[in-house]
Design a protein around this ligand. Structure first.
Ligand SMILES: Cc1cc2nc3c(=O)[nH]c(=O)nc-3n(C[C@H](O)[C@H](O)[C@H](O)COP(=O)(O)O)c2cc1C
Length: 211
């Protein structure tokens, strides 16, 4: 069984264009609801990083420490998935605060990465990861009028824990009316279809292993 973790980080929940494309993709891969762990980071908020968490991390507290409970839950959820889907809007040229908070709990020293003189070494198994990024304007291509700190940051942050097989699909120009939205969704769907292979392989591999 291929377990997929879907992180939905935007204010529109299931109504977002990114979420709807993610749902189409899951259907195309033949993955059922039972194989999906969905975390709506806005509807079910993660607590902010507090002093207890910082003290637990810096004092090398055990993974069972109550202050690390959220971090453990989120990391375990990630470890238990073979596919990772992230639906995110661009907020002020970067990821929204909800997704940043998820990363702050998940990127944890001695748990999801080790620090070495050569840099961070990720401890999480790599897996095909799809990031659907929605933006009101354009940040790549000929109509780009703003910087994109989202894709390089998220790629770097995920790589720091070992997740490098990351594919970005962009839905750009969503504030320019229904025609622009339809164009953006169609273009993103085409890009998504062209990138489905690693996700299909993972889904089929897990099916074969289960037989
Ligand atoms: C607080 C906030 C900040 C935003 N910042 C940006 C931005 O920097 N660049 C951009 O193109 N759109 C920005 N937007 C627009 C959103 O990215 C866009 O409305 C959203 O992604 C719609 O996509 P969805 O329906 O798939 O969620 C911002 C929206 C909000 C609410």
């Amino acid at each position: 069984m291929t377990r997929t973790l879907l992180l939905n980080s935007g204010p529109h929940g299931q109504a977002s264009h990114g979420y709807q494309l993610a749902a189409e993709m899951l259907a195309e891969l033949g993955l059922s609801q039972q194989q999906l762990v969905e975390r709506d980071l806005l509807a079910s908020p993660i607590p902010p990083i507090g002093r207890d968490y910082v003290l637990a991390v810096t004092s090398g507290a055990s993974a069972e420490a109550p202050a690390l409970a959220w971090s453990e839950t989120l990391i375990s959820e990630l470890e238990a998935s073979e596919l990772l889907l992230i639906v995110t809007p661009m907020h002020n040229f970067a990821i929204p605060a909800t997704l940043k908070l998820w990363l702050d709990h998940v990127i944890r020293i001695h748990r999801s990465f080790e620090s070495t003189p050569e840099g961070k070494i990720g401890l999480i198994k790599d897996r095909p990861t799809l990031v659907l990024v929605s933006s009101g304007g354009f940040h790549t291509g000929p109509r780009a009028r703003q910087e994109d700190f989202l894709t390089p940051y998220l790629r770097y942050a995920l790589a720091s824990i070992g997740i490098r097989n990351v594919h970005f699909v962009l839905l750009q120009g969503l504030v320019f009316g229904p025609d622009a939205v339809a164009t953006a969704v169609d273009a993103a769907r085409d890009v998504l279809r062209a990138q489905l292979e690693p996700f299909k392989r993972q889904a089929q591999g897990a099916l074969t292993a289960a037989r």
